[in-house]
Structures are given as structure tokens and as C-alpha cells.
Design a protein around this ligand. Structure first.
Ligand SMILES: C[S@@+](CC[C@H](N)C(=O)[O-])C[C@H]1O[C@@H](n2cnc3c(N)ncnc32)[C@H](O)[C@@H]1O
Length: 281
């Protein structure tokens, strides 16, 4: 099984209010793609679903609506602060079928059986996704669902932007290189196939969707700038750029202006979905 040396305590994107905010901006972009995954995987009313790495609660909110009042969603999140944001958002949305466990996925104090186990952008942060999935899939009932979504960012260089030689291209290079240097897998999305197999699961069905960003996109430039903000300590530490190069507080607006003026088209992360069903016994 594939193992990495990165520790869960070294969450590369920082633990800060700005990161909590960034996850919610990112979730706006990902909402339709994640809904498609849950639809295709067969997650529906009445199901009991375990969600890994809940962050600010966006995936749990989608699931709460999908499983309905007869269903139940249990989210697992290691960070005690962000889980309070997730709880508040679920309360404010009026859902009573969601709860969160503040725990490390590696030592999950949970029992019982689930109809599905799901997660979005969590395996990239785990040192050994396949062995984690192998262990947790024991909690899924026969015929139950396993469904995950991760990014492929292997193209995160200046060529992610057309035409080339732009500030946006530099930003993609900073982000890609920061992930690369800290040892996080830029191909986690495509690695999902092997992760499922190494976990002892049936080969997953897979689908990839490219996130295309232009200057008129209301989210893309902001998300790029906020991702740069969360990675800024690493970008500076690795000498990928100086604070003056990045000028973080004006980056989103400068990107937007550049994108509009030059008609830029940016290939953001590819979102890779993988899902399967356990054999019926
Ligand atoms: C990139 S965020 C994604 C959040 C959410 N799934 C979404 O798509 O909006 C990853 C989340 O997983 C959490 N996380 C990372 N390692 C974890 C672990 N070992 N156990 C539980 N949560 C973890 C982080 O604290 C972070 O909130």
C-alpha cells in the first residue's frame, strides 16, 4: 500500500480563519461537481453516511439535504476550531441529521455500520490513504458505497494559463511548487484508482472535470489568491517568490484585471471523482 511521510499535523494550507473562509469559497466552485458524484454513486434518502475531513462543513451540508430527515451524516474533522464553524453552519441551515466528531481519522472512535463513506480533498492530507480506507471500509455494509473526490494539479505551472507569461501563470507555479516541495501528491485525484484497489475495494468508476477560470468568473481569481494566501508561508520559506512579488492583499484584484484585459483562460484543478460499491454478501 502507498505510504507517505507527511504528518496530519502539518496541514499545508494553515489553520486560520482565512483558510476556513477559503474552504467555503472553494465549496461554491465544487458544489455541482460533488453533487454529481453523490448522484452517480447512489447516495440517497435514509442513508447513514460517514464523511471524512469535514472542514467548514460544506460536504456535510450537501449530504444532509440528500439523505433527508430519515438519514444521518457523521463528519470527522481533526481541527477543533473549524468544526465549530461547521456545527454553526449546520445549525443555521436547520439540519438536525448531522453531527461532527472531533478526531483524527487515523484513530476514529466510532462504531456501527454505514451505508456510505465519502470524502472530498482529504486523502491528499493523509499519510496512508489506502490503509485508512481499508480500515474504514470495514464499517460500510455489504453493497454500501465508497465515494471520494480529489484534485489533479499536475498541470499547475505557467502553462495552466492561456496565453502564457502572466501573473496568473506565476501563481499556478507558486501553488503547484509549494505542494510539491512539502510532499503532497499533486496527482491525488488519479491516484484514487490505486488507493481503492490497495484498500481491497472493487475498482472504482471514475470521472474527471476541469475547473476553467476566466476574468468574468466570480470565484476563480479569488480562490486562486486565497489558496496562495494559505500557502504563503511555504511559498516564502521555499523561496518561490517574495512577499513583494505576491502582494497578497491585492492579488485577487490584479489577477482579475489581468484576466479581463488579456482574455485569460486558466485551467484550475481537475476534480477527479471515484466511486464503487462493496460486494453484496
Ligand atoms: C482541504 S480541507 C477539505 C474540507 C472539506 N472536505 C471540503 O471539501 O470543503 C481538508 C480538511 O481535512 C481535515 N483533516 C486533515 N487531516 C485530518 C485527519 N487526519 N483527521 C481528520 N481530519 C483531517 C483538515 O483539518 C481540513 O479541515
Amino acid at each position: 500500500m502507498q505510504e507517505r511521510t507527511s504528518s496530519v499535523d502539518s496541514y499545508a494550507l494553515q489553520r486560520a480563519p482565512a483558510e476556513t473562509q477559503r474552504l467555503q469559497v472553494q465549496a461554491q466552485m465544487l458544489k455541482p461537481v460533488t453533487q454529481r458524484l453523490f448522484e452517480q454513486a447512489g447516495i440517497g434518502p435514509g442513508m447513514r453516511v460517514l464523511e471524512l475531513g469535514s472542514g467548514a462543513g460544506d460536504v456535510a451540508l450537501l449530504l444532509a439535504e440528500r439523505v433527508g430527515p430519515q438519514g444521518e451524516v457523521i463528519g470527522v474533522e481533526i481541527d477543533a476550531d473549524i468544526i465549530e464553524t461547521a456545527r454553526k453552519r449546520v445549525r443555521e441551515a436547520g439540519f438536525t441529521n448531522v453531527s461532527f466528531v472531533n478526531a483524527d481519522i487515523a484513530n476514529l472512535p466510532l462504531e456501527g455500520e454505514f451505508d456510505a463513506i465519502v470524502g472530498r480533498l482529504i486523502f491528499i492530507h493523509l499519510p496512508s490513504p489506502a490503509s485508512t480506507l481499508h480500515r474504514l471500509s470495514m464499517m460500510v455494509r455489504p453493497g454500501g458505497i465508497v465515494a471520494f473526490q480529489e484534485y489533479d494539479m499536475a498541470h499547475f505551472t505557467t502553462t495552466a494559463v492561456h496565453p502564457p507569461n502572466t501573473l496568473a501563470g506565476q501563481m499556478f507555479t507558486w501553488i503547484g511548487e509549494a505542494f510539491r516541495r512539502v510532499g503532497l501528491p499533486l496527482r491525488m485525484g488519479l491516484e484514487l484508482y490505486q488507493v481503492f484497489l490497495d484498500a481491497g475495494l472493487p475498482a472504482p468508476q471514475m470521472l474527471g472535470e476541469a475547473m476553467i477560470i476566466t476574468g468574468t468568473d466570480p470565484i476563480g481569481c479569488r480562490l486562486g489568491a486565497e489558496t496562495t494566501r494559505s500557502l504563503l508561508p511555504l511559498i516564502l520559506k521555499f523561496g518561490l517568490a517574495t512577499a513583494e512579488d505576491v502582494e497578497i492583499d491585492t492579488l485577487a484584484e490584479r489577477l482579475r484585471q489581468e484576466a479581463v484585459n488579456q482574455g485569460l483562460v486558466m485551467r484550475g484543478p481537475d476534480v477527479i471523482s471515484a466511486w464503487t460499491r462493496l460486494p453484496n454478501e
